[in-house]
Design a binder for this molecule. Structure first.
Ligand SMILES: Nc1nc(=O)c2c([nH]1)NC[C@@H]1CN(c3ccc(C(=O)N[C@@H](CCC(=O)O)C(=O)O)cc3)CN21
Ligand SMILES: O=c1ccn([C@H]2C[C@H](O)[C@@H](COP(=O)(O)O)O2)c(=O)[nH]1
Length: 269
């Protein structure tokens, strides 16, 4: 995960200090891109231990179209608690926009089903896009989407092989120490799951960041992480399911994950 450590170092050494909504203060750069070859191993940090169960659970929760934290809490996942109201609701966030974007005629659009159907029937299309940034509803969300839109791209099969499926994510705002490691692993998983559904090989994850920032109360943790050397990447095994809606947390097995100890950091709310 050199790509990630390079980002961490770049923001630390070349970012500008900037105030932010949470009042914490950040060091920030604008515009950065990382690429991860999913055939080279699963892109999860080895320089600090990550809690994969939270990441898998959050992704399945998005795919359920769920926007209430109860389902996460029932599985011991608390990463969205700070933003929920007393009922556990977050407003029309990711899950709502991915699975039931409201159409002007009163119906709703399932962008995930649509993109999977499109990849199957018209792989060369340049329109395999899912957007969470619903301009009309951003104001009703507990937090406007940070991973705002993603696009799939199919590389045709070479002789005897299968096509490969790549994904590019545009993330408008990136908490480099806490959020980005989650976001990389989450979109790698999503790409692998969609590839399985459309019978393709996972290709590359291209991760493009807008405002990439280190919160000022994460600088020491970043320094510590940068003293560590990256190790070999583990492999992710995903049980075969017949539908993108049928996966469960137990279907995911990370094989050979050896990581340095976790590093605690406060989340900016
Ligand atoms: N400031 C901020 N950064 C984020 O990354 C972020 C938000 N806010 N708000 C919405 C979601 C929630 N996300 C979160 C929230 C908490 C952790 C966190 O505390 N991670 C710990 C482990 C927590 C666990 O797995 O239980 C870590 O060490 O990675 C990570 C991402 C990502 N998003
Ligand atoms: O998946 C996520 C969700 C959130 N973040 C971070 C990025 C920012 O630090 C905050 C959001 O604050 P805004 O003022 O709305 O930009 O959460 C992330 O990195 N990844």
């Amino acid at each position: 995960m050199r790509q990630y450590l390079d980002l961490l170092e770049h923001v630390r050494d070349h970012g500008v200090d900037k105030s932010d909504r949470t009042g914490t203060g950040t060091r920030s750069v604008f515009g950065h891109q990382m690429r991860f070859d999913l055939a080279a191993g699963f892109p999860v940090l080895t320089t600090k231990k990550l809690h994969l169960r939270s990441i898998i659970g959050e992704l399945l929760w998005f795919l359920r179209g769920d926007t209430n934290v109860r389902w996460l809490q029932e599985r011991g996942i608390s990463i969205w608690d700070e933003w929920a109201d007393e009922q556990g609701d977050l407003g029309p966030v990711y899950g709502h926009q991915w699975r039931s974007w409201p159409a002007p005629d009163g119906s709703s659009i399932d962008q995930i089903a649509g993109v999977i159907e499109g990849l199957r029937t018209n792989p060369d299309s340049r329109r395999h896009i899912v957007s969470a940034w619903n301009v009309a509803e951003v104001g009703d969300m507990a937090l406007p989407p940070c991973h705002t839109m993603f696009q799939f791209y199919v590389t045709p099969a070479s002789e005897g092989g299968r096509p490969t499926l790549s994904c590019q994510l545009y993330q408008r705002s990136a908490d480099v120490f806490l959020g980005v490691p989650f976001n990389i692993a989450s979109y790698a998983l999503l790409t692998m799951m969609v590839a399985q559904q459309v019978d393709m090989e996972p290709g590359e994850l291209v991760h493009t960041l807008g405002d990439a920032h280190l919160y000022l109360n994460h600088l020491e943790q970043a320094d510590l992480q940068l003293t560590r050397s990256p190790g070999p990447l583990p492999r992710m095994e995903i049980a075969h399911r017949d539908s993108i809606d049928a996966y469960e947390i137990e279907d995911f097995t990370l094989v050979g994950y050896e990581a340095a100890p976790s590093i605690k950091a406060p989340i900016a709310v």
